[in-house]
Design a protein around this ligand. Structure first.
Ligand code: CA
Length: 234
């Protein structure tokens, strides 16, 4: 499944994306407005990744992201912003995007970032022997099911995006160990990924809201200042 939807109102940028993802072997669906994107997404439920421009006439990319996440926790979402300053107001990432790219970006960066997200989904890498034996990681109050890729906290299902799932899995496999942001970035997004470590912080912030009893006073995901994060469970 290599279907990507691109929501971008500027036709030159949209063509750039369509051409380059097309060359990389993706089937690309185009949308000019948020409304059109939501309609086309509903008609193409096998879409793996969506690229959402933020500044749009009508409903903006952040709102589109929020609406997609209401029904679909799994699809990969990358926000596109015009300038890096825009990212500050991209609390948009907090509404459930997995990643963001600042325009302009190169064809290599574009395909690397889309590839990285798609790898997170669908094709689960060949399971290691240890993984085949134990399909569950249990660290009360959390239970991670590696077969269904689901997480429960105190018996209740926590809805995770694919990236969030990958981060939790990495944490649970390394409990009590300080992981650097670069290490998390390399493992979850893959080597050769063009993104910045800041994306790790955004995803962790969102995970804390989902996992912690009080996101302001985290007790499961601790910050290791100037370094990264630690999963604080026995
Ligand atoms: Ca725009």
């Amino acid at each position: 499944m290599k279907k990507v939807l691109v929501l971008e109102d500027e036709s030159s940028i949209r063509s750039f994306i369509v051409i380059n993802l097309g060359r990389a072997g993706y089937e690309v669906i185009e949308a000019e407005t948020g409304e059109e994107a939501l309609e086309k997404l509903a008609a193409n439920p096998d879409t793996g990744v969506v690229l959402l421009d933020i500044m749009l006439p009508g409903i903006d990319g952040i709102e589109v992201c929020r609406r997609i996440r209401l029904t679909d926790p799994h699809i990969g979402i990358i926000m596109l912003s015009a300038r890096s300053q825009e990212m500050d107001k991209v609390t948009g990432l907090m509404t459930g995007a997995d990643d963001y790219m600042t325009k302009p970006f190169s064809p290599a960066e574009l395909t690397a970032r889309v590839d990285a997200l798609l790898r997170r989904m669908g094709d689960v890498p060949a399971a290691s022997i240890a993984e085949t034996k134990s399909t569950e990681l249990s660290q009360p109050p959390f239970r991670l099911n590696l077969t269904n890729r689901t997480l429960e906290k105190s018996g209740e299902r926590v809805k995770l995006t694919q990236v969030e799932y990958a981060i939790v899995k990495l944490f649970m496999e390394n409990k009590g160990k300080a992981l650097s942001r670069e290490e998390i970035l390399d493992t979850v997004w893959g080597h050769g990924y063009f993104g910045e470590p800041k994306i790790v912080d955004v995803n962790v912030r969102r995970l804390r809201i989902k996992l912690e009893d009080d996101a302001q006073e985290p007790k499961y995901i601790l910050t290791v200042w100037g370094f990264g994060y630690k999963w604080n469970l026995e």
